[in-house]
Design a protein. Structure first.
Length: 627
């Protein structure tokens, strides 16, 4: 992914080739920064036809206008379409909140040599130059970014969304929930922004009540177990959808076996050792992945079926892949366990009540081929394959995460892959495959003591968020949001840093803004050398980089990851249609959990309700119960 800087402009350039065809590519509007983005649309042009719609993706239409070239325009949102997979074993979210799935409508031919040749010619050998972008006010129709191709005729344009339209897109998949049970969790906010079509990320949340008794004492309580999951899919969406429906229930099943009844007739469970709890979580991950990858293909091959439609439903979660990030909070112990298989990340924000000083602590380590420990682990598991098991920071030179669900082509034997491909379908077997499996779903589990009385918060994000923001920026942004939007979440007696002064005009009429990092945040993570850093450092601006204007903390993070106060950049990154957008940003999924004590104490009869202010249109169709 390559982020746009403050002055980059996205332009569409078209060239005519022999055979009455047109090659259309998307490149940044600078002759000195040549990056061919997106995929090639190699399409037939109907002679002398005034207007032919060639492509429609996500409300973006590419229209041929006779001799005037192409124009890209944006329309409003379309109704939600279901993207569910298989049978739902656990209701963890509202089905209508799932990001859209739309079928592709254009034939794509990938030709890397043609991309480089055509793109180089356009960037360096043509009189093509981008024009400037005029400002417009909020509301109204979007504005066009026009480019001229002197000597080739016509204009091409992308219609940039207005600030109001941008906000509508950012809020399209936001949800916020208030937890009124007084057991250490105040609320949690979630938001997603797609880049792939359909989005390959997914998420789940769930809370259960468990009567517990401490092993060392006779203390008894009805605890809340809260789960939040983020599943960053790749090579498709089916694996992440499977995790959305099944991972929390799989982990709960193993925890149920680990927390034994105090006596045969007792309704209370005895708290086991920390090692036993960690092992139960790991078993929940591994057993589900074994079901996805191994049990599914065994059943299919043993059945002797040749039905490809049935095979696709069974094998799809195995053939695609997904990282898994799961947080588990126990209100009895105030312990937060984070299990990760992949490169999604969880960061804890904590504040010293007396000084107001914030710290950021990564509770997970990015598990990729660039992580030295992960690379050494895989090489040690495959002696004689040290040169190929991890190559160029990737498993077998291809897959970046070293732990994931699905990804059967790195786990199945060559014989099984050949059978699946010959009888049904499948991708080419990796040429260096010798001793699978190379990838595991066995997570690394960390345990952290949470302090609700200090106003701790947890940020979970797919890797797309941390490609744009550092741990310190993430914590600083949420801290600013809390102080600006919900000062009641700040514990009494806490020292709060003073914000920079703003002019009267900004206070009266402008969006609330803040300076770059007005709060001092120190990253105290012990694994900083293994964490991927943002792909591009945020450049200095005349004025603030970040804004505080969303009622949902997760939406707030996504907006600022895209550019924050640089409204042109935010509009640009949201306006780019899929699949071109994948060259500029990844799918973004964020969950923010706020811990805190209730002045009224625990309340077992209270529930979890929708926070309408932080939820898109107050959830037009009501959400399913979270408790």
């Amino acid at each position: 992914m390559t982020s746009l800087d403050n002055h980059a402009r996205l332009c569409i350039a078209s060239r005519r080739f022999p055979g009455n065809c047109r090659l259309t590519v998307c490149v940044p509007g600078s002759p000195f920064v040549f990056i061919v983005t997106g995929m090639l649309s190699y399409t037939r042009v109907v002679s002398r036809q005034k207007e032919v719609v060639l492509q429609a993706r996500r409300g973006i239409h590419l229209v041929h206008q006779g001799g005037k070239g192409y124009r890209i325009t944006s329309s409003h949102h379309k109704p939600h379409q279901d993207r569910s997979f298989g049978h739902r074993t656990l209701s963890t979210r509202a089905s209508n909140m799932r990001p859209l799935r739309r079928s592709a409508s254009v034939n794509v031919v990938a030709a890397s040599a043609a991309v480089l040749l055509a793109g180089s010619y356009m960037a360096f050998g043509s009189p093509y130059r981008p024009s400037t972008i005029a400002n417009d006010g909020p509301g109204g129709a979007g504005r066009e970014i026009r480019t001229k191709s002197t000597g080739y005729g016509g204009k091409q344009a992308i219609t940039m969304l207005t600030p109001g339209q941008v906000t509508a897109w950012l809020r399209e998949h936001e949800e916020s929930y208030l937890v009124e049970r007084g057991k250490g969790v105040l609320r949690y906010d979630v938001c997603q922004l797609a880049s792939n079509n359909p989005i390959e990320d997914d998420r789940a949340e769930h809370t259960v009540q468990v009567p517990l008794i401490a092993r060392e004492s006779d203390e008894r309580t009805v605890a809340d177990w809260s789960f939040w999951g983020i599943f960053d899919g790749h090579s498709g969406w089916t694996t992440s959808a499977k995790l959305r429906d099944a991972l929390i229930s799989s982990v709960l099943s193993e925890l149920d076996k680990t927390y034994q009844p105090a006596s045969p007739d007792s309704g209370y469970r005895v708290v086991p050792s920390p090692e036993s709890i960690d092992m139960a979580i790991r078993k929940g991950f591994v057993k589900l992945d074994n079901e996805i990858v191994n049990e599914s293909v065994t059943r299919l091959l043993d059945s002797g079926s040749s039905n490809k439609a049935a095979a696709s439903e069974v094998l799809a979660p195995a053939l695609s892949g997904s990282c898994g990030l799961l947080a588990f909070y126990d209100s009895f112990s105030h312990q937060l366990r984070v299990a990760v298989a992949g490169d999604s990340r969880a960061v804890l924000g904590s504040r010293d009540v007396s000084t107001g000083r914030w710290t950021a602590t990564a509770l997970s380590t990015d598990q990729t081929g660039s992580n030295v420990d992960e690379a050494n682990r895989i090489r040690s598991e495959h002696p004689g394959e040290e040169a190929t098991a991890i190559r160029n920071g990737r498993v077998l030179g291809s897959l970046e995460p070293t732990r994931s669900f699905g990804d059967a082509r790195y786990k199945w034997t060559r014989d099984i892959q050949h059978k699946v491909a010959s009888q049904f379908f499948g991708r080419r077997t990796p040429s260096e495959l010798r001793s699978p499996p190379y990838v595991t779903a066995d997570p690394v589990v960390t345990t952290t003591q949470v302090h609700p009385e200090r106003g701790d918060f947890l940020v979970m994000g797919s890797d797309g968020l941390f490609e744009m923001l550092s741990n310190e920026e993430v914590v600083s942004l949420v801290a600013q949001w809390v102080d600006a939007k919900h000062p009641e979440y700040v514990p009494s007696g806490t020292t709060v840093p003073k914000e920079p002064k703003t002019g009267m005009w900004s206070r009266l009429f402008g969006a609330r803004t803040s300076a770059d990092t007005p709060y001092t945040v120190e990253d105290v993570s012990t694994n900083k050398e293994a964490q991927k850093q943002p792909l591009q450092q945020r450049r200095g601006r005349d004025g603030p980089n970040f804004v505080v204007e969303d009622e949902n903390a997760a939406t707030h993070l996504i907006r600022n990851a895209l550019g924050g106060a640089d409204r042109q950049q935010v509009s640009m990154l949201v306006s780019i249609p899929s699949p071109l957008s994948r060259s500029y940003r990844d799918d973004l999924t964020v969950t923010v959990v706020f811990f805190g004590d209730s002045p009224d104490g625990p309340n077992d009869t209270a529930g979890v309700k929708v926070n309408h202010a932080g939820t898109r249109n107050g959830l037009r169709a009501g959400a399913k119960p979270k408790l």
